[in-house]
Design a protein around this ligand. Structure first.
Ligand code: HEC
Ligand code: HEC
Length: 278
């Protein structure tokens, strides 16, 4: 009995000391968040291992479509050139300044196949990597395009700088993303919540259910469903909300709300979520 009390007391003391230590690190400002200071090697290795395990686990049930199709590789080359090279570089091509200045630095993907299966490349491209600067492409590239790019990354190790230059010179501009929307589609609120976050609406608006720094650039969207007007102008209907989200300048030419390039289906999903904010 006395032994177990001792053990508990020691564990509680250690936990208290650890929490106090963490508190000092957080509040004193001693931790250097600058991108000019590198992670210590053990910290970096810990973060990388966490990331690797997480990707492996989450991608484990994804079925991989055939990837050696010639059309896929042509499309993948264009997508890679237009969306990935700026940060990752390519055979014979350096990253742009933005990629060189990030911490952790995004590496050339020529050796990615040594670490990742194609389904994991697909997963990383679709979802991005939190706190690293690797963007999520789910709302920018459709499913086929995500696989096209994963197929191309898989080919990278076999491409000489000349072969890379040829493959990307042939390819037209990467195709835009079409989205078919049924005329009576009323939107999916849960998808809409993700769509709002993936269009960075929370950069300007405080939106219940979306983590943010509580910005005040645009009005808070809490209680939007109960307002009679949108932006003081339009009757608050779903169609009008979709119009406002997609083309605010048509409604109010001088508004500070930018055109965010939201596609119709995504806007309908956003409107469905905003309609739940009472
Ligand atoms: C804005 C910069 C940026 C862009 C654009 C970008 N990435 Fe990344 N990417 C990163 C960063 C940062 C990492 C994380 C590096 C780390 O943790 O070591 C990363 C990691 C990755 C990884 C894991 C790399 C590895 O070697 O383990 C893959 C795969 C990847 N990106 C694919 C892509 C693809 C495909 C595209 C284009 C559709 C792309 N990235 C566009 C910044 C970017
Ligand atoms: C750069 C900042 C900025 C971004 C990003 C932004 N907004 Fe706005 N938004 C504003 C401003 C400013 C207003 C007020 C506009 C006005 O009344 O002219 C506004 C108004 C609104 C309104 C009307 C609110 C009300 O109380 O009537 C809605 C709804 C809205 N935004 C949704 C969105 C959605 C959805 C996104 C993401 C696709 C988004 N906004 C992205 C700045 C932004």
């Amino acid at each position: 009995m006395r032994n177990s009390t001792m053990v508990l007391a020691t564990a509680a003391a250690l936990l208290g000391a650890a929490l106090a230590g963490a508190g000092v690190v957080v509040y004193s400002g001693v931790y250097d968040v600058s991108a000019t200071s590198q992670h210590l090697q053990p910290v970096y290795s810990l973060l990388e291992t966490t990331m690797h395990r997480s990707v492996r686990w989450r991608a484990r049930h994804i079925a991989t479509p055939p990837l050696d199709d010639a059309g896929r590789l042509v499309r993948g080359a264009a997508l890679f050139r237009d969306h990935c090279v700026q940060c990752h570089g390519a055979p014979g091509v350096a990253q742009a300044d933005i990629g060189k200045s990030m911490q952790p630095a995004p590496g050339p993907l020529v050796d990615a196949m040594q670490r990742w299966r194609p389904r994991e490349i697909y997963w990383i491209t679709r979802h991005g990597i939190k706190m690293s600067g690797m963007p999520a492409w789910q709302f920018r590239l459709d499913e086929e395009a995500l696989w096209d790019v994963a197929a191309f990354v898989q080919q990278l190790p076999s491409l000489s700088p000349q072969a890379y230059a040829q493959a990307t010179a042939k390819a037209d501009a990467a195709p835009g993303r079409a989205q078919a929307v049924a005329p009576n589609y009323t939107g999916d609120a849960e998808r809409g919540r993700l769509a709002l976050a993936m269009h960075a609406c929370q950069a300007c608006h405080t939106i219940p259910g979306i983590t943010s720094s509580s910005p005040n650039v645009g009005p808070p969207l809490q209680g939007l469903a109960g307002r009679s007007l949108i932006a003081g102008k339009l009757a608050n209907t779903q169609d009008n909300l979709v119009l406002w989200i997609r083309q605010p300048k048509i409604v109010k030419p001088l508004t500070a709300m930018p055109d965010m390039g939201v596609r119709e289906g995504d806007a309908r999903d956003m409107a469905a979520y905003l309609a739940t904010l009472r």
